[in-house]
Structures are given as C-alpha cells and as structure tokens.
Design a protein around this ligand. Structure first.
Ligand SMILES: Cc1cc2nc3c(=O)[nH]c(=O)nc-3n(C[C@H](O)[C@H](O)[C@H](O)COP(=O)(O)O)c2cc1C
Length: 340
C-alpha cells in the first residue's frame, strides 16, 4: 500500500482527513504570506520523531505545514543517509526542511541541493539556531549561533544565495544562557540578512525543555521585526494554540510535544477512544508504507493509548512488537477491551 492508499483506507475512521492540501512552492516574494492566513498551526521539527509518517498524520489532522527533523549540512555534504530525512513521501503536499550546521558554504550547498531535489514540494528552508544539545552546540551549531549573530546572518545570506526562490526562515530560542535574552535583537539581524520568518521557542537553551516557555518574548520579537513570527513552546493543546495567536504578536504557532498521540491538536477535535485506536492503526500502516522502522510504533502506542483503561498493559504489549501485524493485533485487543 502507498501512503496515500493508507490514508484513504484508515484516516476517516480516525476522524482525520485523507485529502491533504495541495500547494505549490511558496515563492519568497509571491505567496509566502498565504502560508500564514487564518490561524496557521504547524507541526514543529522533532529529531527522531518527525518522519514522513508523523508528518502525514499531522497534515491529515489539519497542520498547515510540517517540518523535517533537523538535518546536518555536513551530513548532506558527505553522505547519502541524511538525504532520507529530507525526502518527503509522495503523499506529502510539501515540506519545510530544517538544516543545521555552522559553515555558511555548507548551508549554501545544502540549500541549493535540497531545492534542486525537492522542487515545488519544498515550502521553505529553516535554519536551526535553537538546538541545546551539547553534541551540537560544541561545534558552534544550533543554539550556539544565538551567540554569533554575524555568523548566523552569514548563514541566512548563504541559504538565500543557494536557494534564491525559496523562503529561508530561522528558528531561535530566547537566548543561549538563562536570563540573557537575545531573541529580539537577533531576530532583527536575521530579518536584515533576508529571513522570511522567525520561529521563537520561549526558553533559554540552557533550560533545555524544563521550566515554562515565556510567550512574552514572542511579543518582543514581533515588535522587533516585520516578518511573520512563529510561536513555539508549551503549545500543548488546540486551546493553547488559539491563545498564543490571540494573545501575542505571533502570526503562526508551532506544536511539538502536543502532537504526541494527538494529530487532532491542529483542528481541536476531541478524539474518542475508538478514533485514537484507529489513528494508531493508520500511523502503523504509514510507517510501513514510508519504509520507516516499525520500532517507532512502540512509543506511538504509549502516546495514542495514554489515558485509556489498562494503558500501561497496552504500552508494555507494544514494547515486544516488531512487525506491523503485531502492533495491529495489540490495537485490536485494545479495541475489544475499551470499545466493547
Ligand atoms: C523530541 C524532540 C525533538 C526536537 N527536535 C527538534 C529539531 O530537530 N529542531 C528544532 O528546531 N527543534 C526541535 N525540538 C524543539 C521543538 O521543535 C519545540 O520548539 C519545543 O519542543 C517546544 O515546543 P513544545 O512545548 O510544543 O514541545 C525538538 C523537541 C522535541 C521534544
């Protein structure tokens, strides 16, 4: 089965849409703004999570855009493996590709090659200036760039040179070190260098994912720039997404952890237990159709079955599954126990 066939067969029972929006490339000066019409909710980049199956579930749930996970420019330069993270499934209408690195020339090359490879299906190229993981920051990549505004600007310019027709955006945090907010100033410098939008995660890098995200910084960034601002951080429900759009200067909101087991977060639909089980089945079939490792369905089971009676038992049962059929057998057991 192709991913499109899986969606046609499985999405309706999960209250998800099998018909994904079709959109050509969002040209930098032409209709980039159309991406921000209404109350746009995007699926955030998530390393180890946001593969093609995950993005398809989010789009079927109503996400206006879905990101790849962060992809290393050096990885794209030196090998083939990283390209697997960039390539969308044929069923995906388009994709936002997030790049990370610290060398402008590698960003220029990656932007050019990603554009040539994805053509009209590339919605935008995003530059990761937010990742707090030491393995990344010690090489001057991710959130380390928050401390190097002139290098960060060179990187934006390099991507614009490599992909002149494609919107180039940046994803930043409040700042690198606790209490040292650089986001508004940095965002302005990135706009000056040619960034078409700025996504802001309202935590300092040293906070990792702890503490509460500060939505105030979204306003401060929105005051500093004239390009769209995409809010990120603790947008864990549809209500929270609507609130961040209503209460701050954000033009769009990005959901990361709130998508776990909840592709309906984008529409606000309150899924029933039967729909959650159907969504798990759809997701498992999408993993299979997109050639992903089925082991990924183990954490998905925990997320989709959360809150159901005997959830721990179903999660444990999924931990020993290997094939799609084994995962679907657990789903059938959950259905018999929960929906009878
Ligand atoms: C498992 C995981 C992986 C992530 N990977 C990335 C990534 O590759 N690139 C990125 O910019 N942010 C990444 N993030 C950060 C999210 O995109 C988002 O900014 C952050 O989780 C705050 O949003 P939330 O409160 O909705 O989770 C990741 C977050 C999580 C939980």
């Amino acid at each position: 089965m192709t991913a499109a066939e899986v969606l046609a067969a499985y999405a309706p029972a999960a209250a998800l849409s099998p018909d994904l929006p079709k959109r050509g490339r969002v040209h930098f000066r032409q209709d980039f703004t159309s991406l921000f019409e209404g109350e746009p909710l995007f699926m955030a980049p998530m390393a180890g999570v946001s593969d093609a199956a995950y993005r398809l579930m989010a789009r079927a749930g109503g996400a206006a855009l879905a990101y790849s996970e962060m992809v290393s420019c050096a990885g794209l330069h030196y090998g083939e493996k990283s390209w697997e993270l960039v390539d969308p499934d044929p069923a995906e209408p388009d994709i936002a590709v997030q790049l990370f690195g610290s060398k402008p020339e590698l960003f220029r090359e990656s932007a050019e090659r990603v554009t040539a490879r994805l053509g009209d299906r590339l919605a935008l190229i995003d530059i990761n200036m937010a990742c707090p993981v030491p393995k990344v920051t010690k090489k001057g990549e991710g959130s380390a760039l928050l401390e190097s505004p002139s290098l960060a600007a060179d990187i934006v310019r390099a991507c614009r040179e490599g992909a002149p027709d494609v919107p180039v955006t940046v994803k930043i945090r409040r700042g690198r070190y606790m209490g040292q907010e650089v986001a508004p100033e940095l965002a302005r410098a990135m706009e000056d260098a040619g960034a078409a939008a700025v996504a802001v995660h309202g935590r300092f890098a040293t906070q990792m994912y702890h503490g509460q995200a500060d939505w105030g910084v979204i306003d401060r960034v929105a005051d500093a720039v004239s390009v769209p601002v995409i809010a990120s951080g603790d947008i864990l429900s549809h209500d929270a997404a609507r609130r961040v759009l209503a209460e701050t200067g954000a033009t769009a909101a990005m959901v990361a952890r709130g998508t776990y087991g909840n592709p309906w977060v984008f529409s606000g639909h309150e899924a029933t237990a039967a729909e959650k089980i159907a969504a798990f089945e759809c997701h498992v079939r999408l993993l299979e159709a997109t050639g992903a490792h089925l082991k990924r369905a183990r954490s998905l089971a925990g997320w989709y079955f959360k809150g159901m009676p005997d959830a721990a038992r179903w999660r444990n049962a999924a931990m020993s599954c290997v094939t799609a059929e084994e995962f679907l057998a657990v789903a059938a057991e959950v259905r018999a126990a929960v929906c009878s």
